[in-house]
Design a protein around this ligand. Structure first.
Ligand code: UDP
Ligand code: MG
Length: 327
């Protein structure tokens, strides 16, 4: 059990979310107000919207809200850094002044009411609380099954993920401090957070339809996300390439024995088709192997640059601080 009332920050990454911001703010504000009235969080708790390089009116709306809603603060990234980048920006920024941080998507697909339970678990002493989708009936058949295949694949590769958990979670300050020690640029939060350890809990909720606007994860991005997830955490693919090599050499040896036997028996002209086929198959496999190795070398290349994971253009919290020091 924790003694002190926590300052909670809810981090909301937003990329072209003008259609949902009003409703999202309304629902989150209601939850915040209730938690404050019930004396479960501090009244100066924050809803932090992170604008991830939106092209629409997202930032204008966020700025407007910071003026009329005492909970709302905004962070504008200098360009689009992607969902994960925006989350890291929000979590690290909020981690500086908060006791716990909850991350949630802007589109209200994740049930905001689970936040009450998140806070309960925090008070019970948990450092990480995972929101887990109970049913995914509103996701398309395709999305559900690709997601299922993704978790299965990751598990086989030795990457421990919490199944059906996206980026809806609570982290305590000390979990965030530990998280900040993970310096990789190519970040995949769902893979890293379980590595942190600490006391964790799961809260189950129903995933809903997107409230408005469109999904920013078309198939191409989802595949890229899955490849990134695997190659950031596992060297199994590179090992598989080696085994594939051994396998091919063994088949090659078999073919050698066979062709020598055929030659000895004088049936010399055999199998143009099989020759051509094997050239293509082996060629293809070599390309796959090179591709896999390339993935890893690409990762090394990216990591060695040590680029920042995000850059902030405007922060309404800075403005607050400036006003405080001036006034
Ligand atoms: N998002 C972001 N940057 C991006 C893409 C998405 O900050 O480059 C945000 C988006 O605004 C939303 C969350 O990440 O709050 C999840 O995106 P989305 O709902 O489109 O993904 P889906 O739920 O379809 O997987
Ligand atoms: Mg969504």
């Amino acid at each position: 059990m924790r003694k002190e009332l926590p300052l909670l920050s809810i981090v909301v990454p937003c990329c072209n979310e003008e259609a949902v911001l009003d409703e999202t703010t309304k629902e989150l504000t209601e939850i915040m107000s209730n938690l404050v009235t019930e004396e479960r969080i501090r009244p100066d708790s924050v809803i932090l919207f992170v604008d991830d390089g939106s092209k629409d009116r997202t930032w204008a709306i966020i700025e407007q809200k910071t003026k009329i809603n005492p909970f709302v603060q905004g962070l504008k990234l200098s360009r689009n850094f992607g969902h994960q980048g925006a989350l890291v920006a929000g979590i690290e920024t909020a981690g500086k002044f908060s006791d716990c941080v909850i991350s949630i998507d802007a589109d209200l697909q994740d049930d905001v009411h689970a936040i009450y339970e998140f806070i309960d678990k925090y008070h019970e002493g948990c450092d990480i609380v995972y929101g887990v989708r109970d049913k995914r009936e509103t996701d398309t058949f395709f999305k559900r099954n690709t997601a299922l295949a993704f978790y299965g694949l990751m598990n086989k590769m030795g990457v421990k993920l919490v199944p059906n958990h996206a980026d809806y979670r609570l982290m305590s300050k000390r979990a965030i401090l530990e998280f900040e020690k993970y310096k990789e640029e190519n970040i995949f939060l769902r893979g890293i957070i379980p590595l942190l350890g600490f006391k964790t809990a799961r809260v189950y909720y129903n995933r809903k339809e997107r409230f408005a606007g469109e999904s920013k994860y078309p198939l191409k991005k989802m595949i890229a996300f899955a490849i990134d997830g695997v190659t950031s955490f596992s060297i199994v693919p590179i090992k598989m390439v080696t085994w594939l090599g051994f396998f091919l050499v063994m088949i090659g040896a078999g073919i050698a024995v066979y062709s020598i036997a055929v030659w000895l028996l004088d049936h010399t002209i055999s199998g143009w088709t099989s020759l051509i086929l094997s050239i293509w198959i082996v060629g293809g496999m070599q390309l796959i192997a090179i591709g896999v190795i390339g993935e890893y070398i690409g990762k090394i290349f990216k990591e060695t640059k040590r680029r920042p994971r995000y850059s902030v253009e405007i922060s309404t919290m800075d403005e607050l601080k400036i006003k405080e020091t001036v006034g």
